[in-house]
Design a protein around this ligand. Structure first.
Ligand SMILES: [Zn+2]
Ligand SMILES: [Zn+2]
Length: 118
């Protein structure tokens, strides 16, 4: 059957052409996606820089530390040591270096994370 064979060959060519065009489309889409993701990451970066600048411009001093970024250690209350007993025995209460401020008498503000502004 001459007609049937020709028809099959024609269909095969068509599929191959379709596959080629699909490949080209995929490459195009892939390139577009890469471009898009690069563009969006640049946009995100610039947006973040913008919001950082805005935050710096409109930042209000942290209320918890009054803009200093640190406040007096709450664990040792500025005495640099805590009374710690390993045995829970009041006889063996030893002064220990405060683990929160490590003897600096101040601890980093947890509200602003030491930045001094909210
Ligand atoms: Zn302390
Ligand atoms: Zn603060």
């Amino acid at each position: 059957m001459e007609l049937g064979g020709g028809g099959r060959r024609g269909a095969g060519d068509g599929v191959r052409r379709q596959l080629q065009s699909v490949g080209r489309l995929a490459a195009y889409l892939g390139g577009g996606f890469l471009l898009l993701s690069a563009a969006s990451s640049v946009a995100v970066r610039s947006l973040r820089a913008l919001s950082d600048a805005n935050q710096r411009k409109f930042a209000t001093p942290c209320g918890a530390c009054e803009g200093k970024g640190t406040y007096a250690c709450r664990l040792c209350r500025g005495s640099t040591t805590i009374e710690w007993s390993p045995m829970h025995d009041p006889v063996f209460v030893n002064p220990c270096l405060c683990p929160t401020c490590e003897g600096t008498r101040v601890q980093r503000c947890l509200n602003c994370l030491g930045k001094g502004c909210a």
